[in-house]
Design a protein around this ligand. Structure first.
Ligand code: MLT
Length: 352
């Protein structure tokens, strides 16, 4: 509701529709200039093909797994997300999962509710003085590092995009994965899912880890091979895992389900009142800015354009859109020469 209020206050007409089937979305999307979504609506190539007027897709959240970004780019549609709005909330969930895992909180709670009073069954571990390995140290990972240091943990970080200066500023030790695996008592994932990260936790990487390691995943399900993790838990190599995200969601069945050593939540990483307000307001502001002025922030398939630059560049957006759809029909080599011509044109534009 807050996002709709932002749009209306900015003079953008808005329809609030939830729970549509893919077919219903395809049937109505042709009427709209913008599509604001959370995680369950899929902006597929079919949706984009049915949306000749669509100029922007705004994802109230971080992951754009539910948007076909390539198809959007080919149709000249800007895809935006809100990379900062829920990062604190997600980092807090990872820390909550870490502590829940260290002290068997969900299992102990269920047992106590059942009147069992199993005091000797639940023997936890302290986190003070333990080593936490971060895989990914960006917007969310860096907040996790800060909070973990408050819990007196030593933090190792693997992130190819983390500079040595930034690592020093965060007080973390920048390491390679092979260096982290034998040292970390806890490992937490904070990276997007892509070809480089898919299945990064698997039987081979687990074999390099400390026996008794605990693994937390509040990022994306496909980062770990669930069957391999379950086998390692059952074998005692991994002491436990806390997972908020699954390879297939909503997860009704999963290799990790049914293990007492697994804490599971239904993708609640961003589920706080504060984060939902942040992402709703931010996505509506960003989309309204683009639709009304051409200014672009937090786009995944286009560079940022400030409100000052937008009026000068706006006429070229339709040119770029035409070039994009034309390029879709070209061969690789023809595409290369169009790309070079276009770069030259932009360079000329910038110097004028
Ligand atoms: C995100 O990508 O923003 C989070 O995983 C939360 C969500 O998908 O809703």
């Amino acid at each position: 509701p807050l996002a709709a209020e932002v749009f209306r206050n900015r003079g953008v007409e808005v329809d609030e529709i939830t729970g549509m089937s893919p077919e219903e979305l395809i049937a109505c999307i042709g009427n709209y200039d913008g599509l604001a979504i959370r995680s369950s609506t899929k902006a597929t190539a079919d949706v984009l093909a049915a949306a000749p007027n669509l100029k922007v897709i705004g994802r109230a959240g971080i992951g754009v797994d539910n948007v076909d970004v390539l198809a959007a780019t080919q149709s000249g549609t800007v895809v935006m997300n809100t990379p900062f709005g829920n990062s604190i909330t997600t980092a807090e969930h990872a820390i909550a999962m870490l502590l829940a895992l260290a002290r068997d909180l969900p299992q102990a709670s269920a047992s106590t509710h059942a009147g069992k009073w199993e005091k000797s069954r639940f023997m936890g571990v302290e986190v003070t003085g333990k080593t936490l390995g971060l895989i990914g140290c960006g917007n969310i990972g860096s907040v996790v590092a800060d909070r973990a240091q408050g819990l007196k943990m030593k933090v190792l970080a693997f992130d190819p995009f983390l500079s040595v200066e930034r690592a020093a500023e965060l007080g973390v030790e920048k390491v390679e994965l092979d260096e982290m695996f034998p040292r970390a008592d806890f490992i937490t994932l904070h990276t997007p899912l892509n070809d480089a990260t898919r299945g990064i936790i698997n039987a081979d990487s687990i074999a390099k880890m400390k026996t008794g390691v605990r693994i937390i995943n509040c990022a994306r399900g496909g980062l770990l091979v669930e069957e391999d993790l379950r086998a390692a838990i059952d074998a005692g190599q991994v002491a436990g895992a806390a997972v908020d995200v699954f390879s297939s969601e909503p997860a009704k069945e999963n290799a990790l389900f049914g293990s007492d050593a697994v804490v599971a939540t239904p993708h609640l990483g961003a589920s706080t009142t504060e984060a939902q307000v942040n992402v709703a307001v931010q996505v509506a502001e960003q989309m309204a800015d683009y639709l009304l002025t051409g200014a672009i922030t937090n786009a995944l398939n286009m560079a940022s354009v400030s409100a000052e630059e937008a009026p000068r560049l706006k006429p070229y957006f339709s040119l770029a859109r035409e070039l994009g759809s034309f390029a879709g029909q070209l061969t690789e080599s023809a595409l290369q020469s169009v790309h070079i011509e276009y770069q030259g044109h932009v360079a000329g534009l910038n110097t004028r």
